[in-house]
Design a protein around this ligand. Sequence first.
Ligand code: ZN
Length: 119
Amino acid sequence: MSDVKTHQGTCHCGAVAFEVDTALDGLMECNCSHCYRKGFVLAFAPRASFRLKSGEADLGEYRFNKHAIAHQFCKTCGVQPFGYGTMPDGTETVAVNVRTLNDVEPWSWTAERVDGRSF
Ligand SMILES: [Zn+2]
């Protein structure tokens, strides 16, 4: 288990900025039709550990399948930095796209591959 740190993230154009407190443990890559297309490497954190700093009005929302996850993307640059969801136990959660965290060195992480395509 690594230490919990505050990480800053942005979309590509910078309109959307956020920070999240996470240890970046349990990173996940998924092969479902959505995650795979967008190339996500995801970190999950409680919604209370996440703060949107700017860009509320710049965010669009995409939902598909059971519409359980509110995927948030920047309407200007198209980058999806995070999505809001709820764990099976009811915990409000945020799934952060690790590739949008400014202080995480590219390819410094390892992520578990999850077979979301078969779910
Ligand atoms: Zn943007």
